[in-house]
Ligand binder design. Structure first.
Ligand code: SF4
Length: 111
């Protein structure tokens, strides 16, 4: 099977705000440390206080570009993303009927 990350955070459905009011894509993404410092989510644009709407974080250009990058550049992804959101992990969840993606969405990646 192709090595690919299929980000479960793609539509913002796993996002949360940290105690400092920072939007993060999922609870597995580092919220501190070197990897966090290098990520787009350490930028001020991801602080709630710098935004007008909670609903628009997952529509930011930087987030959409990041999603595109992690889908198309497997080796440069964080290990946590390779593990939690690999195509293989989606397959396993699908078998367990725990998948929340539609079959059509997943088939997009299997093509
Ligand atoms: S592990 Fe990575 S790709 Fe998966 S939901 Fe979290 S941030 Fe997104």
């Amino acid at each position: 099977m192709e090595k690919k990350v299929v980000p479960k955070c793609r539509f913002g459905q796993h996002s949360y705000f940290s105690a400092e009011g920072r939007w993060l894509p999922c609870c597995s993404h580092p919220a501190m440390g070197e990897e966090f410092d290098r990520s787009i989510f350490s930028r001020d644009e991801y602080l709630l206080k710098n935004n007008d709407s909670v609903d628009e974080f997952h529509l930011k250009d930087s987030f959409l570009n990041w999603i595109e990058h992690i889908e198309n550049s497997y080796e440069s992804n964080l290990d946590v993303c390779k593990g939690r959101c690999s195509l293989q992990s989606h397959e396993a969840m699908k078998k367990d009927k725990r998948i929340h993606w539609t079959m059509e969405e997943l088939e997009e990646y299997e093509a």
